[in-house]
Ligand binder design. Structure first.
Ligand SMILES: Nc1ncnc2c1ncn2[C@@H]1O[C@H](COP(=O)(O)OP(=O)(O)OP(=O)(O)O)[C@@H](O)[C@H]1O
Ligand SMILES: [Mg+2]
Length: 435
């Protein structure tokens, strides 16, 4: 058996030590001895037995004090201690138990009794230890599983959030595509008829002019009617009216094109897109939010300084989502500012969103979206890209916008998004994207 139990016997009487050692050795225990409490403690600094037999009455520190000292040493505090006592009075036995002893043997002892007690406590001790190891192992496993569960939960939450956001965007994309389609139909017969109408009007004008040349005096009634309808003015004004109707149609056409650019959100691979068109169509959708809120907030001005950009390979729908959030954040901030300040004081300093674009080099473009609003303190600025960080009231912000923006720019496009912000001066978001 390689697992021989080690027993330390502490007694100041050499004869006792000898007898006990003999009995235990016969049973194949590995026995060490100490002839005083001090020696025992010294020994226990480096030697760890499985059980201690401890005499109570000893010169120097007695058995009780030795026991107390052992219980204070973490690495051996759990080792079972059996007192050996000549005193059979109950108070000493009780004191021994209260100090943490597991049992006692009274002198003179019988060999069978000594062995029975020693073996029982060794067995209990070893059972106890294996139980503790098992508990420790299971606790560790449990902790492991908990961490795994937490990670899975985090991942689930993240994908759930981006699903929601994606759903929102594609629903919006579909709606916008539908609207663009609905506009296109009536628009095409409006603009088709207007050009027909222009030709017809010219022909009618020709006809009237010819008629008047041939019949310069058509009679009282016709001359009177001509004056009443102010024919000269009509003939002059009708073409102008038609021109402005044509312009209106062109504008509608542009809006429809922008809307369609915005709605292309669900494509699987990157396509070449015009970033300015994406920015414009997003701003178009936000137009009503930029307008003045009567007596609450003046109109938000948008200043576009567009550089000469090539088309870039990207997911246009996703970039729209990023721009949408950056603009919406600035508008939200101006709305908040309006709650804190009077309309008059806001009018003294125009509220502006500036959009600047440029080529950074021949590989990257840069898009800077700035506002001259509230700015952010460092404590907010350092957390804005964190998932679910928002300073907005419940129901207004989910705190996902910038997290998703960062994911789209950095992970989906290999670009970068950074922020500069100074309280009371404003905020810049700088996006760089590879061409
Ligand atoms: N232009 C800005 N000026 C001042 N603070 C801003 C600006 N843009 C963002 N922030 C701050 O960053 C926070 C996080 O923005 P983010 O877009 O991630 O979430 P949100 O707008 O609060 O909610 P969500 O976009 O999900 O509706 C905002 O709550 C706001 O405090
Ligand atoms: Mg937002």
């Amino acid at each position: 058996m390689d697992n021989v139990s080690k027993i330390l016997v502490v007694d100041d009487t050499p004869a006792n030590l000898k007898v006990i050692t003999e009995i235990l050795s016969r049973e194949n225990f590995k026995v060490s001895v100490a002839i005083s409490g001090e020696r025992a403690l010294k020994r226990l600094e480096s030697y760890i037995p499985d059980l201690i037999l401890l005499d109570i009455q000893m010169p120097g520190i007695n058995g009780f004090e030795t026991c107390q000292a052992i219980k204070e040493m973490d690495h051996i505090a759990d080792i079972p201690i059996i007192f050996i006592t000549a005193l059979s009075d109950t108070s000493n036995i009780l004191k021994g138990f209260s100090l943490g002893a597991v049992d006692y043997i009274s002198k003179p002892f019988k060999e069978v009794e000594l062995l029975a007690r020693v073996k029982t406590h060794l067995k209990l001790y070893s059972l106890n230890q294996s139980l503790e190891t098992q508990i420790a192992e299971r606790t560790l496993k449990l902790e492991d599983t908990t961490t795994q569960l937490q990670t899975t939960l985090d991942q689930l939450q993240a994908s759930q959030l981006s699903l929601i956001q994606h759903e929102k965007m594609s629903a919006l994309g579909n709606l916008v595509a539908g609207i663009a389609h609905e506009i296109n139909n009536p628009l095409s017969f409006l603009s088709g008829n207007i050009s027909e109408l222009k030709v017809s009007l010219e022909e009618m004008t020709d006809y009237i002019q010819l008629y008047e040349r041939i019949y310069p005096s058509p009679g009282e009634e016709i001359t009177e009617k001509r004056r009443q309808v102010d024919l000269d003015f009509l003939l002059q004004d009708l073409p102008k009216m038609l021109s402005s109707m044509e312009m209106g149609c062109d504008r509608l056409q542009n809006i429809s094109t922008s809307l369609r650019a915005f709605s292309r959100s669900d494509i699987a691979s990157k396509i070449e897109a015009n970033v300015h068109q994406l920015l414009d169509s997003t701003l178009l959708l936000l137009k009503y939010r930029l307008q003045t809120k009567n007596n609450v907030r003046p109109e938000i001005q948008v200043i576009r300084t567009y550089g000469d950009l090539p088309e870039i390979k990207c997911f246009p729908g996703q970039l729209n989502q990023v721009f949408m959030n950056l603009f919406a954040n600035a508008i939200d901030m101006f709305d908040e500012l309006a709650e804190e300040n009077s309309f008059e004081s806001l009018k003294t300093r125009p509220q502006q969103i500036t959009v600047q674009t440029d080529c950074l080099n021949d590989k990257d473009i840069i898009i800077k979206i700035s506002d001259n609003g509230k700015g952010m303190p460092a404590t907010v600025r350092s957390r804005i890209f964190d998932r679910q960080f928002t300073t907005k009231v419940v129901g207004k912000g989910t705190g996902l916008g910038l997290t998703i923006a960062k994911q789209i720019i950095e992970e989906k496009h290999g670009g970068q998004i950074t922020v500069n912000s100074i309280p009371d001066q404003g905020t810049d978001f700088i996006v760089t994207l590879p061409i």
